[in-house]
Design a protein around this ligand. Structure first.
Ligand code: GLV
Length: 326
């Protein structure tokens, strides 16, 4: 009997052709909204591979329901806070993610948010659509310049570095904070390492790119927001829980920071009360990697990781390579 792969969401082109070409049986959820938790638990039994998305929680219960045939979980995302990697490792299951292929797309979107928030793009669009534009005015919708200002990056990894590189092109000074210094990225981007407090206090624009871990959860809380400048713009294309969203609503409402651009939220798709009523925040529905090119490459990479693992070869982007050595 062919080994079977559960794919929890309908994927964009090129789809699962590569899995079929490798002789695997594919059970793909056929709706744009991913499989529910109960359906995942009911459908995972006996599968050799799972192609998961970031809204699937892959924990002990799912891995137990899968049984002993499961060899690989290929997550259709670079972030993997939805997966208990240690639980998978303990069972000898390989976990993979999709780094690199979405770096530039996500950095572009961080910049789209940064510019939209600072130049009040959405407010201007809404004004016109309401039929309230009565003509050019010297003081209409004044925003903040980026040139010559300080761009702060929290998490100077691949995406953070790509955002920093763009900042240099816009004539910005770039500073960053990481748990440990990234000398290589400093060399490529010219970013200067600072402590977290200095990052908060001196960034005119602060863009978040840290992975979500117990240590980074709510790294931007009420106290951190209070350290930021009243003119600062906060951008988040990482993970929603990096920010205490309720505290952010308060800070934006009281103009303790100037604006924010958010692609991710604490309880997606729910938003903190009051967020949608604010005109100094730009809101996007978690589309950081959503270009045809990046999403297509993510599909390819997930499928290549599954095929390689099931054929006994090394997957391209394993998160727990120690499993492969066993
Ligand atoms: C998207 O949020 C990702 O982690 O790829």
């Amino acid at each position: 009997m062919p080994r079977s792969v559960l794919v929890t969401a309908l994927l964009p082109e090129p789809g699962t052709a590569r899995l079929l070409a490798a002789g695997l049986q594919v059970n793909q959820h056929q709706l744009a909204a991913p499989l529910g938790r109960d359906e995942l638990l009911a459908g995972i039994g006996g599968r050799a591979a799972l192609l998961s998305v970031l809204t699937d929680r892959i924990d002990d219960a799912v891995l137990d329901a899968a049984g002993p045939d499961l060899r690989v979980v290929a997550n259709f995302a670079v972030g993997y806070d939805n997966i208990d990697v240690a639980a998978a490792t303990a069972r000898g299951i390989v976990v993979t993610n999709t780094p690199d292929v979405l770096t530039e797309a996500t950095a572009d979107l961080a910049w789209a948010l940064l510019l939209a928030a600072s130049r009040r793009v959405i407010e201007g669009d809404a004004l016109i659509r309401r039929g309230e534009w009565t003509g050019w005015r010297p003081s209409q919708l004044l925003g903040a310049a980026v040139q010559g200002r300080t761009l702060g990056i929290l998490g100077l990894g691949k995406i953070g570095s790509a955002v920093a590189r763009r900042g240099t092109g816009f004539g910005m000074r770039v500073i960053y904070h990481n748990r440990s210094r990234n000398f290589r990225a400093e060399g490529v981007t010219g970013a200067r390492y600072v402590g977290l407090d200095e990052l908060l206090e001196t960034s005119d624009f602060l863009s978040l790119h840290s992975p979500l871990t117990p240590e980074t959860r709510h790294v931007i809380d009420a106290a951190a927001l209070a350290r930021m400048q009243p003119t600062a713009v906060l951008v988040n294309t990482g993970r929603g829980p990096l920010i205490d969203e309720v505290a952010l609503v308060d800070a934006l409402r009281d103009r303790r920071i100037a604006a924010a651009g958010l692609d991710v939220f604490e309880q997606e798709p729910a938003l903190a009360p009051g967020l949608v009523e604010l005109d100094n925040v730009v809101l996007l529905p978690h589309i950081g990697s959503a270009t045809t090119e990046a999403r297509g490459a993510m599909v390819e990479l997930c499928c290549a990781n599954i095929v390689a693992t099931l054929e006994g070869r090394r997957p391209l982007t394993p998160l727990n390579p120690e499993v492969l050595a066993r």
